[in-house]
Design a protein around this ligand. Structure first.
Ligand code: FA5
Length: 351
């Protein structure tokens, strides 16, 4: 093949034009193979043919061919660089930050009002020397009922009240979602020695028709104090102290007699109704009584003290079981307990 100097220019023009219209990596690579490929590239073929040129033009031909190769290599590098820059440019545009846009608000979470109330209650009892411990939510019928002197035929055991776990042991259901935190009285006494002063918070479950003051899932705090010489007046003093701390001095409280198989005597403590202040016969919250019950309490039954292995002539104790949702209703003047578990942020974010 003999190629003259002017045809080098034509080749160069042709090559550069082809390179110009190659606009991605694949097209550029195809161009490189066509022109500069080591095996069959067109420039490589020209360089191989230098030897075949007549003596008198060989030097000029060789120089022209090398110049053409160098020009195409430079153009190739330039094209690659231009493509890299264009890619970076479009990335910069696509991912550009507009620093003038207003920031996106990240809402802060907060504790559920029942959790806040529970912590405040536990703190009030901690100040009076009560340690917080916990017990299981799925409980044995033994601790929930038998050990608390709730006999087989007690209505609290009925399917209507209790949510049983469908596991049969000796043909009977023996596990349940605890209906109260009272099983922890026995659990704590089994593993410790007097003096005892504990509070046990936790969720409880009952098959309950819900209304403004009843939910089927409720949170209780059980309190237990056992020592020599613990008296009913200690129970009342502790609960008065708690009520003042949570509700202030001007809130009125009342104790009246009640029956729970695990205490003797038993009481209920109620706080004056914040909605009707005792004046509303139709009040949905207190049902016209003027009082909202927040807890059951009493002196631990001597039989339970004995069953724990303590001498009931030496040791006495008091216990209480408080509904935390009821306390939360009262402190914020909420008219319906069911708001707490409907997950409506318009309600929950007010606390
Ligand atoms: C009990 O659960 C006893 N274990 C309390 C107790 C403990 C008495 C220790 C004596 C000694 P009662 O079912 O009354 O009792 O519930 C206690 C408190 O839990 C109530 O005063 C109320 O504040 C709350 N409570 C009960 N049922 C519900 C319910 N369905 N929804 C919301 N709160 C409830």
């Amino acid at each position: 093949m003999t190629t003259s100097a002017p045809s080098f220019r034509a080749l160069k023009d042709e090559a550069l034009q082809a390179l110009h219209s190659a606009n991605d990596d694949a097209a550029i690579e195809a161009w490189r193979i066509e022109w500069l490929g080591r095996q069959d590239g067109r420039i490589t073929a020209i360089l191989r043919s230098v030897r075949e040129q007549p003596q008198e033009v060989r030097a000029t031909f060789g120089a022209g061919a090398n110049e053409l190769k160098a020009a195409l290599e430079t153009a190739l590098e330039g094209k690659r660089e231009a493509l890299r820059r264009a890619a970076l440019q479009s990335l910069a545009t696509a991912e550009a930050l507009d620093v003038t846009l207003p920031g996106r608000k990240r809402p802060l979470g907060r504790l559920h009002p029942v959790t806040q109330t529970m912590r405040d209650c536990l703190a009030a009892f901690a100040e009076m020397g009560f340690r917080t411990v916990e017990g299981p939510e799925v409980e044995w019928a033994y601790y929930n009922f038998d050990a608390a002197r709730i006999p087989e035929d007690h209505p609290a055991r009925d399917m209507w009240d209790t949510i049983w776990v469908d596991t049969f042991i000796d043909g009977q259901r023996k596990m349940l979602l605890r209906t109260h935190t009272t099983p922890n009285q026995v659990r704590v006494m089994e593993r410790s020695e007097p003096p005892i002063r504990v509070v046990v918070p936790g969720k409880c479950y009952r098959q309950e028709a819900t209304d403004a003051t009843h939910e089927w899932m409720l949170t209780q705090i059980e309190g237990l104090a056992v020592d020599e010489g613990v008296r009913m007046s200690d129970l009342k003093g502790t609960l008065y102290g708690f009520a003042r701390r949570l509700f202030g001095n001007d809130r009125r409280i009342i104790f009246h007699h009640s029956y729970f198989p695990f205490v003797e005597p038993g009481v209920e403590m109620a706080i004056d109704c914040f909605i009707c202040r005792g004046a509303g016969a139709e009040c949905r919250t207190c049902h016209g009584t003027g009082w909202i019950e927040i807890l059951g309490a009493g002196m631990v039954h001597p039989e339970i003290i004995e069953n724990a292995g303590y001498d009931s002539s030496r040791y006495t104790g008091f216990a209480f079981g408080m509904g935390v949702e009821r306390v939360a209703l009262l402190r914020w003047g909420i008219e319906d307990i069911r708001h707490f578990y409907q997950n409506d942020l318009r309600f929950l974010s007010q606390f």
